[in-house]
Write a protein that binds this ligand. Sequence first.
Ligand code: IFM
Length: 471
Amino acid sequence: MELKFPEGFWWGAATSGPQSEGRFEKEHANVFDYWYDIEPEAFHNQVGPNVASNFYNSYKEDIQLMKKVGLNSVRTSIQWTRLMDDLEEGTVNETNVRFYNQVIDEFIANGIRPVINLHHFDLPVELYHKYGGWTSKHVVDLFVKFAEKCFELFSDRVTDWFTFNEPMVIVEGEYLHQFHYPNLVDGKKAVQVAYNIQLASAKAIASFRKLNKRAEGKIGIILNLTPAYPASQSEGDLKASRFADLWLNQLFMNASTLGEFPKELVEVLTKDKVLWSATKEELAIIKEHTIDYLGVNFYHPHRVKAPDVSPDSLAVDWLPEKYFDEYQMPGRRMNVDKGWEIYPKAVYDIALNIRDNYHNIEWFISENGMGVSREERYLNEQGMIEDDYRIQFIQEHLYWLHKGMEEGSNCFGYHLWTPIDCWSWKNAYRNRYGFISTDIRTQKKTIKKSGYWFKEVSDNHAVQVSDTLKR
Ligand code: IFM
């Protein structure tokens, strides 16, 4: 069967500055640069962000490869630690302004729409050490200064902007589950960080409305949405899934699209005495500066059940997981390399949720993808990786996306994570996601089978899927 997508649909891929560029010519270190400097053994094979995929030096050749695989739009991020000279004064580093100008111009000259994100986990580490990072409202204002520089410098050509990538990952990684520096477990701080990031996003949107130079320019946020499916229809499991959804999805989703945090979540946080500190003026800024459109990163759903012990009997510090436990559903399909469940139908559930509960706002899949380790297993005699599993993974997700669009959801694009295999936070280069492979010893880049396949999809705005496709 053939699935037809509308003309103008974004067929693209996403990466980020810290994961692709390398640390060349950077004045400041971000939290990951710093963590690698002090504890390289925390990273797979001790591979750090210093070189990454060398995009800083090879962006011209890389963009040619992206064009060859049919990408009509590519998201990357401008690094706060690269663009700025003095973080407090808000002055810029001219060498790196030149770099970003060249990258943007190169994308446009090659018919690729540059989609620019402003924060991809890359807080300047000095702002953590001096002020406590995202727990500080001063840091919120410094971020806004950086965002304003980006709008002033680049919004004459860039029309597609996003404030944050996966804010919930910052909250969880830094303050709950210890997978991002500073690796704390502190629920109260996590709640404040979530609020401060939402405030930073709204304040940056307010600045965008004043400084953006192009009438067609838009700004949004990128959220990793993970539908929380209950283990059963029992009252306890339903309650657990309801809270998981409030915390994991609705917190940023409601504030960013509807201008308000979910009341039920605020009530629980108030009752538990961990609610963020907020002023009336700040809440008004959040209310008035909602997004124009939304990016949805989807990798896996959550399966949840009622916690084994009653939440109120726990004498530990506050953590959101007091209200839900992870449920290991028997028979679920797993990507064993990454340890994430594969459940493409969730894309359809997300599409209808946006249609029904979020004013059918315009949105796109801003990341989706399949991380696979030791992909050299699939090299053919011509030296190309035959990643049929990735093609099938994309087809399955596009099948459900298409169905959601047929039923009226307002989706305008699909981006894979990622165009070219890139460095990843703690996993470094263990799992590969790209349409194009990178040999990290030589930086030789080679198109995979999925890259050639995607070019056809993008040229025809159509996907062929077999009737035996797993649904
Ligand atoms: O590498 C990350 C990216 O930075 C954010 N989304 C998930 C990707 C794959 O793990």
